[in-house]
Design a protein around this ligand. Sequence first.
Ligand code: LMR
Length: 338
Amino acid sequence: MKLSRRQFGTTAAGAALALAYGKPGWAQSPLIIKYSHVVANDTPKGKGSLKFKELAEQYTGGKVKIEIYPNSSLYKDKEEIEALQLGSVQMLGPSTAKFAPLGAKEFEALDLPWLFKDDATYDKAMKGELGTWLFKKLESKGITGLAYWDNGFHMVSANRPLLATADFQGLKIRISGSKVADRYFRDLGSIPQIMAFSEVYQALQTGVVDGCENTPSNYVTQKFHEVQKHITVSYHAHLQYAVIVNSKFWNGMPADIRTQVDKAMNEATDYTNSIAQKENEDALAEIKKSGKTELHYLTPEQRKTWQTAMAPTYQWAKGRVGQEVLDVVAKQLDIKMN
Ligand code: LMR
């Protein structure tokens, strides 16, 4: 069906939307924003998304309707990135480890092991020059970055205890997409495999992969801990999301509505980042209580051994993410990178 200009309204923004999408959904009132993500509702990102929906609909007086699609119910990892670029979905909250298909490998610098010493350090960095610098990299791709959402630090698991670096030898470990993660697991002697989040549980259960890394909230909501006998609470790398929108869509929205949606996003971001740590602590307590897996904690000596084994990733990353972003990271965190 061909849509007339009238169906999109007579404003320039309406015309832009009509041109960009040519789909009936965009002509309708309320304006629909589809927000796809891959995790459960009962996680920091899931809760943050629902908070955003509540606030955006409230602040726009119902002129905007946010449709949240959790749990890969609309798209899986790679598909959702493509769908955003095509304009079939308007908003996503992917882990920044999945940004290479957007042509923004620089984001993988955030996956460097042992980079952020705690959540507060991470939060400050993303609110500072580092966060702004990275979002600029998306502009030429037709993507606008709205916010960074926190989900704490990765643990790592398998069906054997992972304490010495030798324990990783030959293990097939699922990773979410970052080549930096690929590299640090290779440094440990394991064989990383990129796989969509929605496929991990089954892959662990059937032995397609031996192990994985993720945060406590993702382990518990996906039941990974029920199919992994041992989890090391290593917190070796950080998991963060960038909430991103299709720029054509975002810029085509009437300015007054965009302002309200932006306000809702800012508040939902504060909310998400304020609950992330506690949500993950609670999830870890739940995993422990379930008795379905054994939790292990590294001694300072063991941690040092892991850090030494993974150190070559930093040198290697120069060729992958580029020196420029590493300089921004080093300056922001006030650290030296060799
Ligand atoms: C993963 O694929 O492991 C994560 O990116 C999932 C998520 O969005 O937290």
